[in-house]
Design a protein around this ligand. Structure first.
Ligand code: AMP
Length: 495
């Protein structure tokens, strides 16, 4: 097998980067046995663009030849040209959109990753974060592996390459037994599209059907985009193998309780997606409704922080009877890659993205509703902007509980030292944000929005580590670096 296209031109040197530094928010997509597979994949990725805007890629297979293209930037900038099918021919394809949060944007980390293994060509696209990737990587490098990227996903490729199993699916399963953390994978081999979800199902993956052919995607909105019907979610710990003979399921991990990520509902998924059988939009509205019941202030208008607070603000307004108004307007044409050449322009910060709608805010007591508070820096700027526009009072409401614990499973979140709710009391946060009052949805309130009753044991099973600090897996790399830091500290103290 050969890689016909691979525009892998840039190889910047990475200084001092550790593989677990890269937290990736990503979307994956795959189709099998369908004409125009690359075009369908480009469309699917377009629907998943909110999951990652820094890089995108597609791999196809066509009569034993593999073709890959990876780019920095948006899907629409690279995968819409008329010659797409001649560049990426074949009737099976996988694709990836990526947003890596640290270490700059590096083309060689953009996926799908591809390798010519002795079992044949193998392309892989991954959403999630492997929590023992650094430990595994160290071992692999020591025994002679050469890495092309700093992505934790490459560890999976290397483990597959080293497996002694005879068949490619068994090799993948071998690799999966060695990794820990969160993953939704789509893989392409000659004659197979493979999907895999980690043992706790932390990251999402759904199966669709397009004219009798299988489609895999991070979210159902991508199925809608290509005209596929939703079949089911890939279950936690399930590997699905799509071939000309149909879709087969392998369960290498036995049965464990599912622990899907709550943040897909809070922030990450598109509101028109269905996650775990629930409309994301409906859940967000219910979060806002419950938030109003728990923390309603005296106010004149409910204003969402767009777009993340829109659905919750609607629910808040309906439940509180306080009118909903668009007091902040979002500019949709500000990309993450906007160049900020001087400090003066940088300090304009949030104003590039959000503008105050003065007519709605002036002289009003405003309830600002957003989905979450992470560092508090954006929220503080938005509060100031609303005050500058003449609001007499600003009451801030977060439709998720206080985020006090970092994520290690593929959501971009800073460490505990930078999480506002980990550093401060409610009163301190209110003072820092300069708001008249501050309120958060409670954890039982969030579970209620997801359909649970009031009793704790009614709570649906999700991982809620951001609020509770209870992680469903070991955090091997994190614990190792924490103990290394402690060791260095104790050496310093002894010295
Ligand atoms: P801050 O005020 O700085 O804590 O930022 C809060 C804003 O960040 C809210 O509007 C959230 O919608 C948004 N947000 C929450 N989680 C993430 C994430 N993982 N990546 C990017 N933005 C996020």
């Amino acid at each position: 097998m050969d890689t016909v296209h691979d525009n892998l031109t840039a190889y910047p040197v990475l200084l001092g980067r550790e593989s677990d530094d890269i937290r990736e928010e990503c979307g994956v997509f795959g189709v099998y046995g369908i004409e125009d597979a690359a075009v369908l994949t480009a469309l699917g990725l377009h629907a998943l663009q909110h999951r990652g805007q820094e890089g995108c890629g597609i791999a196809t297979t066509d009569a034993g030849r593999f073709h890959t293209e990876r780019h920095l930037g948006l899907v629409g900038d690279h995968f819409t040209q008329k010659d797409l099918l001649s560049r990426l021919p074949g009737n099976a394809a996988i694709g990836h959109v990526r947003y890596a949060t640290q270490g700059g944007t590096i083309l060689r980390n953009v996926q799908p990753l591809f390798a010519d293994l002795n079992a044949g060509g193998f392309a892989v696209a991954h959403n999630g974060n492997i929590t023992n990737a650094r430990l595994l990587r160290e071992g692999l490098v020591e025994s002679g592996s050469i890495f092309q990227s700093t992505s934790d996903t490459e560890v999976i490729l290397q483990l597959i390459a080293r497996s002694k199993a005879a068949h490619v699916v068994d090799r993948l399963v071998d690799a999966l037994h060695q990794i820990e953390g969160a993953y939704a994978l789509v893989c392409l081999t000659e004659g197979k599209l493979i999907g895999a979800r980690d043992p706790y199902g932390i990251r999402p993956l759904v199966l669709g059907d397009l004219d009798g052919k299988p489609v895999l995607a991070s979210e159902t909105c991508a199925l809608d985009m290509v005209g596929a019907t939703f079949v089911r979610e890939i279950e936690n710990g399930e590997v699905v193998v799509c071939t000309d003979g149909g879709v087969q399921s392998v369960r290498p991990f036995g049965r464990r309780p599912a622990k899907p990520c709550l943040f897909e509902f809070v922030y990450f998924s598109r509101p028109d997606s269905i996650v775990q059988g629930k409309s994301v939009y409906d859940v967000r509205k219910r979060m806002g409704l419950r938030l109003a019941q728990e923390t309603k202030p005296l106010a004149d208008v409910v204003v969402p922080v767009p777009d993340s607070g829109v659905a919750a603000a609607l629910g808040f307004s309906e439940a509180s009877g306080i009118p909903y108004e668009l007091g902040i307007i979002r500019n949709h044409y500000v990309g993450r890659t906007f160049i900020e050449p001087t400090q003066q322009i940088r300090t304009l910060g949030v104003r590039r993205k959000h503008s105050a709608n003065r007519g709605v805010l002036e002289g009003k007591r405003v309830v600002l509703v957003d989905d979450s508070i992470v560092r508090g820096t954006t929220s503080a700027k938005i509060v100031q902007m609303v005050r500058d526009a003449g609001a007499t009072e600003v009451h801030f409401r977060s439709a998720s509980p206080p985020i006090a614990w970092p994520d290690f499973y593929g959501i971009d979140m800073p460490g505990r030292d930078q999480l506002m709710a980990a550093r401060m009391s409610l009163e301190e946060m209110a003072a820092e944000l300069k708001v008249d009052s501050l309120g958060f949805l409670s954890v039982p309130g969030l579970y209620w929005a997801l359909g649970a009753g009031e009793r704790n044991d009614d709570a649906p099973q999700y991982t809620d580590h951001y609020f509770t600090g209870q992680y469903p897996t070991r955090l091997v790399d994190h614990d190792r670096s924490a103990s290394q830091k402690d060791h260095q500290l104790s050496l310093l103290v002894e010295a």
